[in-house]
Ligand binder design. Structure first.
Ligand code: NDP
Length: 252
């Protein structure tokens, strides 16, 4: 049990990588709080995760939601040991035709939302705790239409270094996990929800040819990396970005 007695918050824990991480954290002995905006999937996740999980509806971009969430966490959990700032959306913002509101929404959720989650969590974190942001290989890949998304994911890495400096006096480590193409619902919503068939074919070709392992990542494979960063197995790992991408960022 790598997380026995630990208490963790996972934003976006009702889906994809967040939900897979909640399952693994609980299997490793933790109590977990999951958040999301969609009450139905939060309820489904809690029913599946069992008594060591609690669910909270909170939009990471809304200050009143965060205030309510962290008041409830203080009441229900007391302190926290782990924060996985995972909530995020994808979306296309092609240069020359992007609406300002679309661009800003990606920044608000992926970057501002992640910062203000950790900002609110910091007073509740036990000394020696662990903060993990969910980044992306888009920090390294210049792909068309991904300006806003890439900016948020690169921003998380530089932000994590500064936050690591803020929290190091308390022994709190701050790292980023950077997934490559991982099989989750994100690919069928947001910016890609209306992806034309040729884009899906392009994507399948990309996965087969550009990813050295030649396949998608599974959310469970990301969860294992988050567990590493959350647990004492990474006790001297701080202020880094851990790519979990089948080798795509290392490929020539
Ligand atoms: P999902 O779409 O399955 O999960 C996204 C989660 O974020 C959902 O639980 C969603 O909950 C939550 N969320 C989105 N917006 C908000 C908001 N404003 N407030 C609170 N919660 C919110 O996709 P993934 O699991 O793939 O995504 C998780 C993270 O992984 C994201 O940050 C993403 O950028 C990153 N990532 C994913 C990759 C992939 O290929 N899957 C690759 C690289 C990075 P709800 O719907 O209830 O709001």
């Amino acid at each position: 049990m790598k997380l026995a007695g630990k208490k963790g918050l996972i934003t976006g824990g009702n889906s994809g990588i967040g939900l897979a991480t909640a399952r693994l954290f609980i299997a490793e002995g933790a109590q977990v709080a999951i958040t999301g905006r969609d009450q139905e999937t939060i309820d489904e996740a809690i029913a599946e995760l069992g008594p060591n999980a609690r669910g909270y509806r909170a939009d990471v971009t809304i200050a009143a939601d965060r205030q309510q969430l962290f008041a409830a966490l203080a009441e229900d959990f007391g302190k926290l040991d782990i924060v996985f700032a995972n909530a995020g959306i994808s979306g296309k913002t092609p240069t020359g035709s992007t609406d300002e509101a679309v661009f800003e929404n990606i920044i608000h959720i992926n970057l501002n939302g992640a910062f203000f989650t950790v900002n609110s969590a910091a007073p509740l974190l036990n000394d020696g705790g662990s903060v993990i942001f969910n980044g992306s290989v888009h920090n390294h890949l210049g792909q068309p239409g991904m300006a806003a998304y890439a900016a948020t994911k690169g921003g998380l890495v530089s932000m994590a270094r500064a936050i690591a400096a803020d929290l190091a006096p308390r022994g709190i480590r701050v790292n980023v996990v950077a997934p490559g193409a991982t099989k989750t619902p994100i690919w069928s919503r947001g910016g890609r929800a209306n992806a034309p068939a040729e884009e899906s074919a392009k994507l399948a070709k990309f996965v087969a040819s550009a990813i050295p392992l030649g396949r998608w990542g599974e959310p469970e494979e990301l969860a294992k990396a988050v567990l590493f960063l959350a647990s004492d197995d990474s006790s001297y790992v701080n202020a880094i970005e851990l790519t979990v991408d089948g080798g795509v960022t290392g490929a020539p």
